[in-house]
Design a protein around this ligand. Sequence first.
Ligand code: PEP
Ligand code: MN
Length: 333
Amino acid sequence: MIVVLKENYSDKQLETLTGWLKEKQLDVHISSGSSTTILGLIGDTSVIDEEMLESLEFVESVKRIQEPYKNANRKFHPKDTVIDVGGVKIGGGNFAVIAGPCSVESREQLCTVAKAVKASGAGLMRGGAFKPRTSPYAFQGLRGDGIELLEEAKKETGLPIVTEIMDISHLPLFENVDVIQVGARNMQNFELLKRLGKVDKPILLKRGLSSTLQELLMSAEYIMAGGNEKVILCERGIRTFETATRNTLDLSAVPMLKSMTHLPIIVDPSHATGIARLVKPMAVAAAAAGADGLIIEVHNDPPHAACDGAQSLTPEAFDDLMKAVTKVRSCIE
Ligand code: PEP
Ligand code: MN
């Protein structure tokens, strides 16, 4: 980190600042020119609040040289992280597809969909038990009962379970869940992230509706700093001025994140577009862009889905998507 001082700083101010920085275990290199004094801070600067430094009256500017995310940073971990979920690998050239309904509705619905997506090549199944809905009057999910149905479907199909947690107090219900999802709306629920840092399970972290890639990585950092290095990132569309689609799928996030981090990155074209017929082209594009996997909403009867029917694929449409994605992957490998 580089700190440029204003011309009129006093020796006392410099001494106080360098003393404070040294207390933070940083080495401070001072270069004094005829009109400018620059401090070079060496060490773990992630503990420094750059805005606070910048607000000091004798500081001209502050520039971070190194990114504030350490654990997620590819610089310190050049090899891709591979996450193994009950034998299904994600990352480092392993492509995994998570598929299933937006929300768990019934035993029959879930088992029908789980069997169908497995037959088409999905490696994991999804299904929301706790649903983050914009309206408090909309279907909120089957909650604990939904998780039990997911466990039953896992027994029948062998597919590992991916489901969303909305509150730390629900964690005991997730004991048999294979991948805990943190939804877009909770990407910056820092207490939840900290608690998940102490869990020995992979975490699927979805990008917030208006979050930058650095903010996404800082949220991953919260989980990793707690000791849980098994984080899968998910690009699920961001909010822009465009209203023709539910969100705007930021596909450039995939190659960009690949250069910033070693963590696997999957894409959710269902929530990104909100329109079933756009899911296949965007899934194919995500595979071509180098994604490590996909998460796709599939329903046996989309017009009657309790949630997100408009973006849900029928099992047949999902099968068609899988064939197209497999073709594209064979071309780019
Ligand atoms: C979901 O995957 O069920 C979901 C609610 O997605 P998001 O958090 O991306 O909106
Ligand atoms: Mn949904």
